[in-house]
Design a protein around this ligand. Structure first.
Ligand SMILES: [Zn+2]
Length: 447
């Protein structure tokens, strides 16, 4: 059956002037709603001398104070459990969720209403329809269905568009692989790390997913790796399927960006429901197309917790919608979310981004698991060591690989010398969900 290409043909192809007019209208309403209902925003607007009626053009957005995770945390600590960010009585909520907290930080707690959930699912519908999920698809969620919001919204979105949904839930990886094959699954939702793990495990089981499964789409979320070309390529080969990147945040409850089926090397921004600014993180001045900056998000959809000019610390590079041939008028983050500004490590005067290092390491298919280990030599000099494991059967490649990888890493980092250390197979932690491959073992500065 022939389906339309877009989930929302009108808004996804709206001329940009009309799109901006719509954003302006929604922005003004959002500020009025937040000011009238949410003590957190009342406090902040008053302190900044900002009034919602000052929003007359989209540029007036810059009058609104930023919102940070730190302020959110402070509010949660002062007024447990939810701080003063709720726009309505907590009794109106139908669901409680948490940020994943994988970075060792205290998780943020959120509540949502039925109406919020309708919106959360709708945002996922834009993304997964855009990547080609259709009512005929049999969809598998390799997801634990816990307090972490993860793929909950995607689950409902698949039901909403009429696909058959199989909730993977708490099962072993082996059991999941068996289900994927047995039930004729065509679409898998997973983090990039777990999608790789499923593939590795299937090989140990003597199963070739590319041949023996019917999977033709893998939809990735939860980690930036979904837009790293080498990771994507590896996953597409392994699964014999197209891999589509998406990104969301618990602070928003859903995705803001998705890769369409034309795979333009990045992710469209859902601009009828979000304003995504890209700013220089030091000067807070906007940067242009093709320049790296921090993404600042304003969300129009979540009524329970209004999110306005939220500093994400995500590193992005915006390019115009015309970069993609799909016809959407929504701008694109080239390379998806490229990492986090606070992930940047300074090693002997050179900036090192773990995601950039990962992208280089992933160019070597013989490398299995790895770790970026930062340490201090003789209490003086910072060192960076890549600890890695070589895949069984690829041991002979090691001497050559060591030499080439050292050269590649140095040339991408102004000549900075990386140490390479080969570990025995199985020594490094292997990750099933969100990967934590960076260890900074330098002593904390003592003032
Ligand atoms: Zn597109």
């Amino acid at each position: 059956m022939a389906y339309p290409e877009y989930w929302n043909p009108k808004n996804e192809t709206l001329p940009r002037e009309e799109l901006q007019a719509l954003q302006l209208l929604k922005l003004r309403r959002l500020c009025e709603w937040a000011y009238a209902t949410t003590p957190f925003h009342q406090r902040k607007f008053d302190a900044a001398g900002f009034k919602p009626e000052q929003i007359k053009t989209l540029d007036d957005l810059r009058r609104i104070p930023f919102m940070t995770r730190e302020e959110w945390m402070e509010s949660l600590m002062e007024k447990p459990l939810f701080g003063d960010l709720l726009a309505t009585d907590s009794r109106n909520a139908i669901r409680y969720h948490l940020t994943s907290g994988t970075t060792g930080r205290t998780p943020i707690r959120v509540l949502d209403s039925m109406k919020d959930w309708d919106w959360i699912n709708e945002m996922w519908c834009y993304g997964i329809w855009g990547f080609g999920v259709r009512p005929e698809d049999i969809v598998y969620f390799a997801f634990g269905y816990g307090s972490f919001i993860g793929f909950w919204g995607a689950h409902y979105a698949c039901e909403k568009l009429g696909a058959l949904v199989i909730p993977g839930g708490a099962q072993t990886t082996e059991a999941r692989i068996k289900q994927i094959i047995e039930l004729g699954v065509t679409t898998v939702f997973s983090t990039p790390t777990y999608a790789l793990h499923l593939w590795q495990k299937s090989m140990e089981m003597g199963i070739d997913l590319a041949r023996e499964s019917k999977v033709n789409k893998v939809i990735l979320s939860g980690e930036p790796a979904g837009s790293i070309p080498a990771v994507k390529h590896q996953l597409e080969e392994a699964w014999g399927a197209r891999c589509g990147d998406t990104a969301g945040m618990t602070e928003i409850g859903t995705i803001m960006i998705f890769e369409c089926s034309h795979q333009p090397g990045g992710t469209h921004i859902i601009e009828d429901h979000f304003i995504e600014e890209v700013l220089n993180p030091n000067s807070d001045e906007p940067v242009g197309y093709g320049e790296l900056g921090e993404r600042i998000v304003t969300s129009f959809g979540r009524g329970f917790i209004p999110l306005i000019r939220y500093r994400t610390k995500d590193m992005v590079m915006k390019v115009p919608a015309s970069t993609c041939t799909c016809g959407r008028t929504w701008d694109i983050y080239s390379g998806g979310i490229r990492g986090r500004w606070d992930d940047m490590k300074l090693i002997r005067g050179t900036n090192v981004y773990p995601r950039a290092v990962e992208a280089i390491i992933r160019e070597y298919p013989a490398i299995d698991e790895f770790q970026i280990y930062i340490w201090r030599k003789e209490e003086l000099q910072d060192e960076i060591t890549i600890k890695l494991e070589i895949k069984t059967g690829h041991e002979a490649e090691w001497p050559d690989l060591e030499h080439k990888l050292t050269k590649d890493l140095a040339s991408a980092h102004e000549g900075l010398r990386f140490n390479i250390e080969r570990m025995d197979y199985g020594v490094l932690p292997h990750f099933e969900l969100k990967a934590k491959r960076l260890v900074d073992a330098r002593p904390l500065a003592n003032y």
